[in-house]
Design a protein around this ligand. Structure first.
Ligand SMILES: Nc1ncnc2c1ncn2[C@@H]1O[C@H](COP(=O)(O)OP(=O)(O)OP(=O)(O)O)[C@@H](O)[C@H]1O
Length: 263
């Protein structure tokens, strides 16, 4: 669905992405991981054409780099940014109506996945809780036909129970449309992602099955600065997404001699 090759981005005099290459398959969730400031959001923004980049990107079989953002969005590239960007002064219903691009917006799916938004249709979006605002941001992209969703840190700053609810909504969305998901909560990644791409020092440091990464505590510690509990809890329940294993900050180490998948 998405092929990123040798993506390079310079911002403010820094070479943020230095030849990033990875693919996103046409089904399932691919997690884009890495320590704070490594360039995950920049990668999403480069795919969307929001920052100048070199390299090549193919989206749904067509070249994407250099195509204007609005064309990519019309072609079915949906984006839910980290700050959610709901219109605080407008109601839930107005926020949803403003997002409609398609002749036949899919309110049925939105109401099925997010019944609470229907009950709160007349409430101003700025008065919703963080989790409800996240649901609204996710609902807005679902109104239009999508080929791929780029979702940036959807559980950031949410209370544990709300993280579980948002994770469940994302799991149901992922049944319908593939996702490239930036997420720092590894329990959420474990619940949702089939594949994982780890960025470090401007490049892809690891690319492979998410379970393989999260099942290797030494590798997760080395690449992400966190000890994964996967091996101790192989059959964690769905609501385990609420427990906190959050990716750390600083440069990822590169000393692990991990087999095979290290880029
Ligand atoms: N417009 C810009 N001008 C200059 N530097 C920028 C700009 N946008 C991002 N950066 C820098 O690029 C680096 C990568 O930022 P980015 O937001 O992509 O990281 P991230 O991996 O998403 O981080 P986090 O996990 O903290 O959200 C950071 O050092 C950031 O300060």
């Amino acid at each position: 669905m998405l092929e990123v090759n040798e993506l390079s981005v310079r911002l403010g005099g820094s070479h943020i992405l230095q030849g990033v290459s990875f693919t996103v398959p046409p089904t399932g969730v691919t997690a884009l991981l890495g320590r704070n400031g490594v360039g995950k959001t920049t990668t999403l923004r480069a795919i969307l054409g929001e920052v100048p980049a070199t390299g090549s990107i193919e989206f749904d079989g067509a070249p994407a780099l250099g195509r204007p953002t609005h064309r990519l969005v019309r072609a079915g590239l949906g984006y839910v940014p980290e700050d959610r960007c709901v219109f605080a002064g407008l109601t839930v219903a107005e926020n949803l109506r403003l997002a409609v691009r398609d002749k036949n917006p899919d309110f049925r799916t939105v109401h099925e996945l997010f019944p609470e938004l229907r009950q709160r249709a007349a409430q101003r979006a700025g008065t919703l809780s963080g989790g409800q605002q996240q649901m609204l941001a996710l609902a807005r992209v679902l109104l239009n036909p999508q080929r791929l969703l780029l979702i940036d840190e959807p559980t950031k700053g949410l209370a544990p129970a709300v993280v579980t609810a948002v994770t469940q909504a994302l799991a149901r969305m992922a049944d319908r449309v593939p996702m490239l998901l930036v997420e720092q909560n590894l329990a959420v990644v474990r619940r949702l992602a089939r594949d994982a791409v780890v960025l470090a020092a401007g490049r892809v440091a690891w690319h492979g099955p998410a379970a393989e990464l999260l099942g290797d505590p030494a590798l997760t510690r080395d690449l992400l600065g966190v000890g994964s509990t996967a091996s101790r809890h192989p059959a964690r329940p769905a609501n385990a997404a609420s427990s906190g294993e959050t990716v750390g900050s600083g440069d990822a180490g590169s000393s692990t001699d991990a087999a095979g998948r290290r880029a």
